[in-house]
Design a protein around this ligand. Structure first.
Ligand code: SAH
Length: 376
């Protein structure tokens, strides 16, 4: 070996060479019946599917060496058939004294995504990606600038959750051993534009072991720009997940600029769909509102937003303003704190429950809208 001067430093992890095509089929892509069929097709009795499910969803492992209740001859073959590795860690960055952990992953084809784990005294939340990149093109969002690379498979979403839950369980996150309580689809991508995979993933999150992790549906939040037909479809699934609508402006003129899909569904149409969601599921909807200095943070916009929410009923909604996390190259910045406080006061004064969201991880580009998954 000759050491080349100026060669790139070695990366911490060996990332497999990219392969093209769909992600390999994985246990977590399959509903329980299909899992049993896949095991039978591999020449094994159906109950092996339950054993695999118990290992993956219950023990949070995909490593055949840990599956000591399976005959040795089967461990590798079944794991190869149903538990192919999907995520390879490329880099991990921590903030907030180790309680915020951002992980950059390489998928089987070399595509990069990120997930962010945030630990609080009373809960632990994982922010997952549902797509590599995003097609929604919101100009204030780092992912929106990338365009869409591809949808993730259900298992590529579920495995982000498994790895985080395992790290918490094993005490690898500051604060000692813990449990993953919440999953929010607020990483890269528009979850409702990858509907089938996201729904399959949510089912795996909430189904009890051995069919899923047994999380509470109330702890799962699906965040959307407001794809109206998909919101109605989600409401009909009978899964009481929380819906978050990324509104960012109460008027079509400004929202068309901030959230371009507004040209397809207006503010009123998106709010009507959110209201129907609350009525059908009994779950209070969250309205996300990134406060952008001198762009959408005016008191009159707070009043217009309050009016539009109140005219649809009481108790169905709450607003989560969040100071904009500025992204590199953006012309926008966060609202002045006094202006943000006024915005919140207007909403509360109109009787709209309002909670300012924190900006965990902003210093590691791990906050909402900062996930760009590039090598920096
Ligand atoms: N596509 C989905 C989910 C991904 S983003 C959606 O739009 O809801 C999760 C949340 O972060 C959304 O509310 C999004 O509007 C918000 N967000 C994006 N960029 C942001 C930024 N730079 N600062 C603050 N919030 C941002």
């Amino acid at each position: 070996m000759t050491g080349r001067v100026g060669a790139a430093p070695p990366t911490l992890t060996l990332v497999p060479a990219p392969r093209r095509g769909k992600p390999p089929r994985h246990l977590a892509d399959l509903a329980p019946e299909a899992r049993a069929e896949a095991v039978v097709a591999a020449g094994e009795p159906a109950y092996r599917a339950r054993q695999l499910g118990t290992h993956y969803f219950g023990h949070l492992t995909a490593d055949p060496a840990e599956m000591t209740d399976l005959p040795l001859r089967l461990r590798d073959s079944l794991a190869a058939a149903l538990l192919p590795p999907l995520l390879t860690p490329v880099r991990t960055v921590t903030a907030d004294a180790g309680t915020t952990v951002k992980t950059l992953w390489a998928l089987h084809d070399g595509v990069r995504i990120e997930s962010v784990l945030m630990r609080y005294p009373d809960r632990a939340t994982l922010c997952v990606s549902s797509q590599a990149g995003c097609g929604m093109a919101c100009p204030f969002c780092a992912t929106g600038q990338l365009g869409l690379t591809r949808n993730l498979s259900a298992a590529e979403i579920v495995d982000q959750v498994r790895v985080a839950a395992r790290a918490l369980r094993d005490g690898e996150v500051a604060g000692g051993p813990g449990r993953l309580s919440n999953v929010v689809f607020m990483g890269m991508g528009e979850p409702l534009a990858n509907y089938r995979a996201v729904l399959d993933a949510v089912r795996r999150l909430v189904a009890p072991v051995p069919d899923g992790f047994g999380m509470s549906a109330r702890g799962v939040t699906v965040s959307t720009v407001g794809l109206v037909p998909a919101i109605d479809r989600l409401a009909a699934e009978g899964l009481p997940v929380t819906l978050a609508l990324s509104l960012h402006a109460p008027d079509d003129e400004l929202r068309r600029e901030l959230v371009p899909i507004t040209t397809r569904w207006s503010v009123d149409e998106a709010l009507d769909a959110a209201h129907r969601y609350a009525a059908t599921t009994g779950r209070r909807v969250s309205i996300e509102y990134a406060l952008i200095r001198d762009v959408n943070d005016h008191a009159w916009r707070a009043r217009l937003l309050a009016e539009k929410l109140a005219e649809r009923g009481r108790g169905w909604v709450h607003v989560n303003p969040i100071p904009l996390n500025p992204t590199p190259g953006s012309r926008w910045t966060a609202s002045d704190p006094a202006v943000a406080a006024r915005f919140v006061a207007e909403l509360r004064g109109a009787g709209i429950p309002t909670t300012v969201r924190d900006t965990r991880g902003s210093d590691i580009d791990g906050a909402c809208g900062q996930l760009a998954a590039e090598e920096r």
